[in-house]
Design a protein around this ligand. Structure first.
Ligand code: HAM
Length: 422
């Protein structure tokens, strides 16, 4: 019994699962390469101000979900709740505006949000984040959506729906906001407490509240797309044209406003019926004013992030393949002091040749070592007994068929290699 447990809402990713993660990460890196996105590694913590200003002070993330701490120098730092603000910060700080535009970046790593844990929702979770910074062309939005769809397709995921919307920009949003508030005013008392508090601060979010009463009230509420300014309208049309050109199926969801303040124009999600309440496998959109919000010059951008845990969960539920599970190829059995030295050398030979191998390090008996080989799932066992060493031979046992043969020591690597490809 361990008395200290992992904090609430976080998980250990053990070997049984970590190889599946490696498969998803490898696939993401291949898709990134095909779409010409370059990988970056950004800090896990940033100045609190970055998220307060970038993500927006009226968002759930900033209001109640951030892990904020003061370092020993008295600075307020925050464990990153998402990556877009950091990506744009990095773009500005590293003068990436000097590079060919848009700059296309991706990254994978842990994010932190103090949320109520439930299936598919954790306090530390991984995101695969893709961002294209430095273009306002709607075809970049199309590319970002196409990239996410291609990623999920290569992972074998099925039954996913792409939902899109446009949330407008600072020109058209105030007009919509006013119309929305006017529409909601007579129903203010019926709204849930959260939505009531959002009425003045961020009424747009009332549209995506899951509470049935709020949903019923907002059923016929003014839609953002009915209020788009000519620029946003044209952009939304461009987005739809691009998606149609690629034959990417999508639906428009007028309630999709997303939970982060920086979105302008495009908002989108890919949702899975297999995930329950937390059904978004990925979410993203355009954030043309984020760079300015954090003190940089105007720089349009668009991207998405996908939750790694949710991808793996969906894949498991759908019985998708994660490729071949890595397994132990050779277990070397050796008993005496001299034999164990020979075993070390033999293992090194195997390992240099890319054959995975292992041995006992706990003084087990012959029987115990054979049992261990079995438990570790070794494909073959190499037995280095006194007799074998004297004769410069090795006994090799196939753990599936039980067949055992003796081969000259110097042929062991070639023999095993051949055997493993059979
Ligand atoms: P987000 O919708 O907050 O967007 O998160 C993106 C994805 O991260 C979600 O669709 C979900 O798969 C996963 N996710 C979020 N919260 C949790 C959680 N508590 N536990 C497990 N998975 C979670 C963003 O973060 C934006 N930065 C996305 C973006 C990039 N927009 C433009 N560029």
């Amino acid at each position: 019994m361990v008395s200290i447990k992992a904090p609430r809402g976080v998980r250990d990713i053990l070997p049984e699962e970590s190889w599946k993660w490696a498969f998803v990460l490898k696939t993401a890196s291949e898709v990134a390469q095909d779409f010409n996105y370059k990988e970056v590694h950004l800090p896990i913590f940033e100045q609190t101000e970055l998220f307060a200003r970038g993500v927006g002070s009226t968002t759930d993330v900033v209001e109640k979900e951030m892990y904020i701490f003061e370092d020993r120098g008295g600075r307020s730092l925050t464990l990153r709740p998402e990556l877009s603000a950091s990506m744009v910060r990095s773009y500005l700080e590293n003068r990436m505006d000097q590079r060919p535009q848009p700059v296309k970046l991706w990254s994978a790593g842990p994010m932190f949000r103090y949320e109520r844990p439930q299936k598919g929702r954790y306090r530390q979770f991984w995101q695969l984040d893709f961002e294209a910074i430095g273009s306002q062309d709607p075809y970049v939005d199309v590319e970002v959506i196409a990239l996410s769809v291609e990623l999920f397709k290569r992972l074998g995921m099925r039954g996913l729906d792409v939902v899109i919307n446009s949330v407008g920009c600072p020109v058209c949003r105030p007009v919509h906001k006013e119309a929305l508030q006017k529409f909601l005013e007579p129903h203010l008392e019926e709204l849930c407490p959260t939505c009531r508090s959002r009425y003045n601060r961020n009424p747009l979010r009332i549209l995506d509240c899951k509470n049935p009463t709020c949903r019923a009230i907002t059923e016929n509420a003014p839609k953002t797309i009915s209020y788009l300014c000519p620029e946003c309208k044209e952009h939304f049309e461009g987005l739809k044209v691009g998606l149609d050109v690629l034959g990417l199926h999508y639906s428009i969801d007028n309630r999709l406003v997303r939970g982060l303040d920086y979105y302008t124009k495009t908002a989108y999600e890919v949702i899975s019926g297999d995930l329950g309440a937390q059904n978004a496998v990925c979410g993203g959109g355009r954030y043309d004013n984020l760079a300015e919000a954090i003190g940089g010059k105007h720089t349009p951008g668009v991207g998405f992030a996908a939750g790694l845990e949710r991808i793996v969960l969906t894949m498991e539920q759908q019985g998708c393949s994660f490729g071949k599970e890595p397994s132990l190829e050779v277990f070397v059995v050796a008993l005496g002091d001299f034999e164990r030295k020979e075993a070390l050398k033999l293992m090194q030979e195997f390992r240099i040749e890319g054959i995975s191998s292992d041995m006992d390090f706990n003084g087990k008996s012959f029987k115990g070592q054979m049992k261990l080989a079995n438990q570790l799932g070794a494909a073959c066992v190499c037995i280095l007994g006194e007799e074998e060493i004297k004769a410069k031979k090795i006994s090799i046992k196939d753990m599936v068929t039980g067949e055992q043969v003796e081969v000259p020591k110097e042929e062991a690597v070639t023999f095993i290699k051949k055997k493993l490809t059979e």
